[in-house]
Ligand binder design. Structure first.
Ligand SMILES: O=C(CO)[C@@H](O)[C@H](O)[C@H](O)[C@H](O)COP(=O)(O)O
Length: 232
């Protein structure tokens, strides 16, 4: 089923970047991961309070907080703890057998799970069947190894949109978050394929706003307006 729009999430744990992107009026969510949290310079004990800050800043919007647990039991415990931090926290788990089992339990409790590190359609199908609310296929990392990330995303979009996921999670739907987005080209391709969401790092988001011809056009509008003013 096609979504009403393609939503923009920001892929960062940096509060200033999130606040600025939110001020643009087109932000629909936030995704974070351990590497993005590490980039903020945050300490281990500040991780959960930091996620609460993001969740408050983006009240009502889904904010993915990633678990670093390794066993199913630990993932369930951490998932419950993260989900209890704020109503808009989505528990992010990397696909593996332990995480599928944890997703099944968490989804049955009404907790939203975003299954990440998806690199194939079967992985996405397994995640959705286990109860994931979101699946996150990666684009850029395919390009890094000389493969076609867009073609892989096309497979994921097609197979997920082939089915009705009612009864699998609390919202009865699975949304595809295109992740590892590096460029405006990736955003265009994600939208062309009908992915529900593109989660975009702040630098790439800014590149999506800019275009050299926009800058050129603006400069000439300004110059011409100065001429109008000077002629008064
Ligand atoms: O999985 C999600 C969103 O659900 C992302 O946060 C994901 O972790 C990131 O897009 C990637 O890890 C970023 O990867 P990259 O820019 O290093 O390729």
């Amino acid at each position: 089923m096609k979504g009403a729009e393609m939503k923009f999430f920001i892929d960062t744990a940096n509060l200033d970047e999130i606040a600025e992107a939110k001020s643009w009026g087109c932000l629909a969510g936030v995704t974070t991961n351990p590497s993005l949290y590490a980039k903020t310079g945050g300490k281990l004990e500040d991780f959960e309070p930091h996620m609460v800050k993001i969740a408050k800043l983006c009240e009502g919007l889904p904010v993915s907080a990633e678990s670093t647990a390794e066993t199913t039991e630990e993932m369930i415990a951490e998932g419950r703890r993260l989900a209890a931090l704020a109503p808009n926290i989505v528990v992010k788990l990397p696909i593996c057998p332990e995480a599928l089992a944890a997703t099944h339990t968490l989804a049955a409790e009404g907790i939203r799970v975003n299954m990440t590190l998806i690199f194939s359609a079967p992985q996405a199908l397994l995640a959705a069947n286990a109860g994931a609310r979101y699946v996150s296929p990666f684009l850029g990392r395919f390009d890094d190894v000389g493969e076609d990330g867009v073609a892989q995303l096309a497979d994921v979009v097609e197979v997920i949109q082939n089915y009705d996921w009612s009864g699998k999670n609390v919202d009865n739907q699975v949304e595809i978050i295109s992740a590892s987005i590096r460029t405006p080209y990736h955003v265009t391709q994600a939208a062309r394929l009908g992915a529900d969401i593109a989660t975009v790092p702040f630098a790439a988001l800014k590149k999506c706003v800019q275009h050299p011809l926009t800058d050129k056009g603006l400069a000439s509008f300004k110059a011409d307006w100065e001429k109008v003013k000077a002629a008064q």
